[in-house]
Ligand binder design. Structure first.
Ligand SMILES: O=C(CO)[C@H](O)[C@H](O)COP(=O)(O)O
Length: 215
């Protein structure tokens, strides 16, 4: 069953509670945290996640686009994130493993993320530790509203094969430029969680847009 995760990066931050309610037919809420260092944009941080948690029961799928993400695992877990995903490019492998260990200790679900430049094989050292999610970026992280990078589809297929073999139960998420058309390609390649910002918040009929993404 494919899960749809609207990205609140495309919401109106002055009306965030309203915009979260508007996507209540979706499965997860995707929260993009950007530090202005790992990516050239700054979005939201711990206090906003804490406020969101107080206003919704939706699963908070929290994507940390920050350098040295291990520094923030405790704070986001305490704020109420259900899942934290961290970029493999954001620190050295021992520090990534330590951050994942910490998520496990805190009882928060754990994920890893790949920028478009990072090869599928980079996930291999993490597979047997029982990840909850692998996120493949299909745009350069940092901004919503970009075009889907179709050259990432073979990577999605390759990671699907690795998950099926070594990490069953791990979700495979795609983020960036996902719309009703590209969603079909992502699902065909093996994705089972789709993040979408513009395609959902830019639609006049949001429940219909969410249904269209499900296929
Ligand atoms: O992580 C992101 C950007 O770094 C966003 O979640 C992503 O780009 C979603 O926006 P859109 O669907 O408009 O492409």
């Amino acid at each position: 069953m494919v899960k749809i995760a609207p990205s609140i990066l495309s919401a109106d931050f002055c009306n965030l509670e309203r915009d979260i309610q508007r996507v209540s037919t979706a499965d997860w809420l995707h929260v993009d945290v950007m530090d202005g260092m790992f990516v050239p944009n700054i979005s939201i941080g711990v206090p906003v996640v804490q406020s969101i948690r107080a206003h919704t029961d939706m699963f908070l799928d929290t994507h940390l686009m920050v350098e040295k993400p291990g520094r923030y695992v405790d704070a986001f877990a305490k704020a109420g994130a259900d899942l934290l995903s961290i970029h493999l490019e954001a620190d050295m492998p021992p520090a990534i493993h330590a951050a994942l260990d910490r998520m496990e200790a805190l009882g928060v679900k754990k994920g890893i993320v790949l920028r478009p430049i990072t090869a599928a094989e980079a996930v291999v050292p993490y597979l047997e530790r029982g990840l909850d999610l692998i996120l493949v970026m299909t745009v350069e992280p940092g901004f919503g509203g970009q075009s889907f990078l179709a050259d990432q589809l073979p990577k999605i297929s390759a990671i699907r094969a690795l998950i099926d073999r070594y990490c069953p139960g791990c979700r495979l998420e795609v983020d960036g430029g996902v719309n009703a058309k590209t969603a079909k390609d992502c699902i065909a390649a093996g994705a089972d969680v789709l993040v979408a910002g513009s395609a959902i918040y830019g639609a006049t009929d949001i429940p219909a847009a969410i249904a269209a993404l499900r296929g």
